[in-house]
Design a binder for this molecule. Sequence first.
Ligand code: SF4
Length: 247
Amino acid sequence: MVAARLAEAYPGTPTELCALAHRNPFELLVATILSAQTTDARVNSVTPALFAAYPDAASLAVADPADVEAIIRPTGFFRAKARSLVSMAAGLVERFGGEVPTALEDLVTLAGVGRKTANVVRSVAFDLPGLPVDTHVGRLSRRLGLTEATDPAQVERDLDALVPAAARGALSLRLILHGRAVCLARSPRCAECLLADVCPTAPTSLRAARQAAGAPGAAAERRAPAGPAGTVAAGRRQRKERLPGRA
Ligand code: SF4
């Protein structure tokens, strides 16, 4: 139910839903590492220069970290990120022939890559099962009663059990979109939410009214999925500015 409604509100494949600009798995891996603690738009503002200078793992593996830092500085934490990128690329060259591996167990051995980043790469770049759990996914999953866990790995396992493997990546991205547009961390906009009738966190009176009306609140959601900015179209335009990915 939840996954189906979110799919209607936020259509598209994981690749289409991901706003990190990339042309191949290597670029997505780099962009996802850079996306920590910053916006996708900011990552997208530096990656063209970064990928022009270092188009593959071989070139990034021998980069001077100071040169990488100069390019990625706007993304914040640039010294640590530069170290991670160069080490990650060296790992790709030394252990994976310069190619991004597809197995989660291999991906998480790379510098700067945890389960979240690995699952972004698997689901978006390779169209493989992978459910990245970030702060939005965790928060919404708990509010919706899909899990009680706070540990991201357990949240991932609980959500994995609820959807087919092929649908996991898209569900994660849609939860992130809904978390940014409607189910905000501090003040969720339940009156605008298409899930209000099935969400145990929604005000009781609102949930009952929605259930009585037999409607998911989609009308309100369709009117204002992105908050004050307004329409679904506007929400989808803004999505490219706000999404991560995700990781
Ligand atoms: S009803 Fe409220 S708490 Fe539940 S998912 Fe929607 S915005 Fe979040």
